[in-house]
Design a protein around this ligand. Structure first.
Ligand code: NI
Length: 170
């Protein structure tokens, strides 16, 4: 297992949509394990494969609090088939360190996905888990949290992140 580098906005690879996973062999298992390790090391509640520069439809989530036992959930080739209600949540993203913004998403979702071995499952989620699923699922389509914000906020975050990236490259 290895901790991978998490890409930060405005890295263009974050905009590359993921392709479906069809081979659940050792290479994929290693990727999955690296994803989990990288998410826990960050630490974060979710991580999508495009965030480590691997354009496949895979994300991991663990919404357990720091005083609760960890509960790793993996979603491969997910499809949100139903989304109802509205919920406003203060969201962050490992690709936008230091940024949190209120974003409105569906309150409950039904997702069809496969587990790490390719076995299909259906999950109904609400609250933070539903938010995390929608956020990570966006990453698989190259969509980012800023895309949900108004023009002004989006521009401010874009400018701050570009400045930070430029400073890091000095
Ligand atoms: Ni994110």
């Amino acid at each position: 297992m290895a901790i991978r580098t998490i890409l930060h906005y405005p890295d263009k690879r974050l905009r590359t949509p993921g392709v479906s996973v069809s081979d659940f062999g050792p290479e994929f298992q290693a990727l999955f394990e690296d994803m989990a390790e990288t998410m826990y090391a960050a630490p974060g509640v979710g991580l999508a494969a495009p965030q480590i520069g691997v354009a496949v439809r895979l994300f991991v989530i663990d919404i357990a609090g720091s005083d609760e036992p960890s509960e790793l959930q993996v979603f491969v080739n997910p499809r949100i088939v139903e989304a109802v209600g509205e919920l406003c949540w203060d969201e962050g993203c490992l690709s936008f360190p230091g940024v949190t913004e209120e974003i409105v998403r569906a309150e409950r979702v039904t997702v069809h996905a496969q587990d790490r071995y390719g076995k299909p499952f259906v999950l109904e989620a609400e609250g933070l888990l539903a938010i995390a699923i929608q956020h990570e699922n966006d990453h698989l389509d190259g969509k980012l949290m800023v895309d949900h914000l108004g023009m002004l906020k989006r521009r401010m975050i874009d400018r701050a992140m570009r400045k930070k990236a430029a400073e890091a490259n000095l």
